[in-house]
Design a protein. Structure first.
Length: 137
């Protein structure tokens, strides 16, 4: 398995996996993606989205046949290796991200407050959602 920054030729595979995992969203073509690939097949994706007030880790997903092998960890580590700033995320599995160096954010970026008003967040239980941050090294 290899993790690398996505190239334009990967976008169809990224969109296909995102749709299968129900991670597709408006504007994902503007995100910066990393992919995990094995034998030339995209088996995982993660994106960095630039908001006016923060950077967001989003669209983390692994093909079900390749889970429980450290693919997600490897992709998050690649994305956060040299970020241009602190990286935020919203999650219902904060324990997973705590093990990757994220902590609960002391304040919620305005972009996340606005995001909760979109159809993307309508199906989530906001009481389970934690906003986390990993500070730039």
């Amino acid at each position: 398995m290899r993790v690398r920054r996505a190239e334009p030729r990967d976008f169809d595979d990224i969109v296909d996996l995102a749709r299968r995992l129900e991670l597709d969203h408006a504007g994902m073509d503007e995100d910066i993606f990393w992919v995990a690939e094995e034998s030339g097949e995209v088996i995982g994706i993660v994106a960095l989205r630039k908001h006016p007030d923060c950077l967001e880790l989003c669209s983390l997903g692994i093909d079900p046949a390749h889970r429980e092998r450290g693919v997600g960890r490897a992709m998050v580590e690649a994305l956060t290796a040299e970020p241009p700033g602190d990286v935020h995320l919203a999650t219902v599995i904060p324990e997973y991200f705590e093990a990757l160096g994220f902590v609960r954010a002391p304040s919620v970026p305005d972009s996340f407050i606005e995001k909760r008003k979109t159809p993307w967040c309508e199906g989530c239980r906001h009481d389970l959602c934690a906003v986390m941050v990993r500070k730039k090294p």
